[in-house]
Design a protein. Structure first.
Length: 525
């Protein structure tokens, strides 16, 4: 059987694309699910926009000769490595980057390097459709909440509305407004960054102007979101809770995004007025190369010959097929160690007597906890220590322990001091356990807190360590279980902070040996 050479090329491209889709099916399903979340719903539009931008370059593509080389193997091999790291380590962000690199390598294989450079921007633009890692997302969201709420309160006070801020909570006297993740402005930030990049690309007015346009989308988002929060504070007194939910909430969100986009357009106009330059749309040369592009000479080859040549296609198909076979036969299930339920944590620790509390079901679901306990321990003299322990059987693929560095400032606590401390868990011994120490204040109330992350025999003090070791242990032990332990005591008047800290350390020396009975260690029994 004889088939046209051009047709056989697209058949092979379809075959390679199908192998890639099968290989990344779990990541693609999760990506589709994330697009259903309001913060990332813009992801639905990124791929069609990128395809349109590439289609705009069709004249340049047809006028450029495709030259096959082996250079595509570099992004392909890196993508394959990241695939296994992402699957074994359980991190979707790594899988998304792997998917993008493999897609770029397949485009390189199909079109060649010169054509790949022609569609470089659409390919890079595709990165916008992937949600950021949870650690990055949560930190950016918290920062935006705090900045937006601070500016929002400032605007309310400027127009004469009494307002007071505690972290991300705005107190209006007659009611309180909480600036949650949905109101952080993050769901406007990523689309505005994408729009800024599109404007900078479409009007080629210079690299520095494009960079200014993209970077400025961040303060524009903060400003407009602060205006939105301030408007809710002003109108709440007249319309009640309706202004913070339902139609008004959704309408104000669309209005803010439209205003932000108008600001970016105005900024682009101003840049071009102040720094004039010949503006040429990105598709201004559309059709020129098409008229002068030489017609492809149609060739026909046998089916077997079409499949087995050139060797680059054979190598790529073999690599993807081998990965698919290995992926289907590798056991990615974790070894979840047996643990004592935290509800059995004793309420008596030396002279300390505890009272157990429960969290709201919605909060437990949001934190995605496997188990937890929340206890207030008191001694006869009246001093108190709050103990919070959260345990996760798995921290793979979107699941992660939440750090007090995020939740405490969000609830209004200001960290006066923050650092690490080597704490003696056995009296008279050398320092044997490092913990994170915070000295914080809220409305005149002062507290000292210790927290750490027991992770499979290690005691870690920050989220970056947690992520790195979770990834390593997923590869080497098939385990990512871990916990957060937080101990907090108030600084009572008239005692000094060092007195409160001595009390906290004395309690910790008694409590840590008990804790080790509930949190799994290095070895799985």
């Amino acid at each position: 059987m004889i088939v046209p050479n051009k047709f056989s090329g697209w058949v092979k491209a379809g075959l390679l694309g199908s192998l890639a889709i099968l290989l990344y099916r779990d990541a693609l399903v999760y990506l589709w699910f994330k697009w259903g979340v309001e913060d990332f719903s813009y992801g639905y539009f990124i791929l069609p926009i990128a395809l349109y931008l590439a289609w705009e370059k069709r004249a340049n593509l047809q006028g450029t000769r495709s030259v096959l080389s082996w250079g595509f193997l570099f992004p392909l091999v890196v993508g394959i490595i990241l695939f296994w790291l992402g699957e074994l380590g359980g991190e979707y962000a790594t899988l998304f980057l792997s998917l993008w690199l493999v897609s770029v390598s397949l485009c390189w294989l199909k079109f060649g390097w010169k054509k790949l450079k022609t569609i470089a921007f659409p390919l890079v633009f595709l990165l916008v459709m992937f949600p950021p890692p949870n650690l990055v997302y949560s930190n950016i969201s918290l920062w935006l909440q705090l900045v937006s709420s601070r500016l929002g309160v400032g605007l309310l006070q400027w127009v004469g509305v009494p307002a007071y801020r505690e972290g991300n909570i705005i107190d209006l006297g007659f009611t309180q407004l909480q600036v949650v993740d949905a109101c952080s402005g993050l769901r406007y930030l990523f689309p505005l960054v994408a729009m800024g990049a599109l404007l900078a690309y479409h009007y080629r007015a210079g690299l520095w102007k494009g960079a200014v346009l993209v970077v400025s989308s961040i303060p524009v988002t903060i400003l407009t979101n602060s205006l939105r929060l301030a408007s809710v504070g002003v109108l709440y007194k007249f319309w009640g809770a309706n202004v913070a939910q339902g139609f008004f909430h959704d309408f104000s969100g669309w209005l803010i995004f439209t205003v932000s986009l108008a600001i970016l357009l105005g900024e682009l106009w101003m840049l071009n007025r102040v720094f004039p330059i010949a503006i040429r749309p990105a598709n201004a040369d559309l059709g020129i190369d098409l008229l002068i592009a030489p017609a492809d000479k149609v060739q026909s080859v046998g089916v077997l010959q079409a499949i087995l040549r050139p060797p680059q296609y054979v190598v790529t198909a073999g690599l993807l097929a081998a990965m698919l076979v290995i992926y289907g036969n590798v056991d990615f299930r974790e070894k979840v160690p047996a643990t004592k339920p935290l509800r059995l944590m004793p309420l008596t620790v030396g002279d300390w007597q505890g009272s157990r509390y429960s969290m709201e079901p919605d909060l437990i679901h949001a934190l995605n906890l496997s188990d937890y306990t929340l206890i207030d321990y008191r001694i006869p003299q009246g001093q108190e220590i709050n103990v919070y322990i959260a345990y996760n059987e798995s921290q793979r693929k979107g699941k992660s322990t939440h750090s007090p560095d995020s939740c405490l400032p969000g609830s209004g606590w200001i960290f006066r001091e923050s650092g690490t401390l080597d704490m003696k868990v056995i009296s008279g011994a050398d320092p044997s356990m490092r913990v994170k120490r915070v000295y914080m204040e809220k409305n005149g109330v002062k507290q000292i807190g210790y927290y750490w992350f027991p992770q499979r025999g290690r005691n870690l003090t920050n989220m970056f360590q947690l992520k790195a070791y979770a990834f390593w242990d997923a590869l080497t032990r098939h385990r990512t279980d871990g916990a957060l332990v937080r101990l907090i005591t108030p600084v009572y008047e008239p005692e000094k902070p060092e007195d409160a800290e001595a009390r906290l350390q004395e309690f910790a020396r008694r409590f840590v040996p008990i804790l080790n009975e509930f949190i799994p260690g290095r070895e799985v029994k």
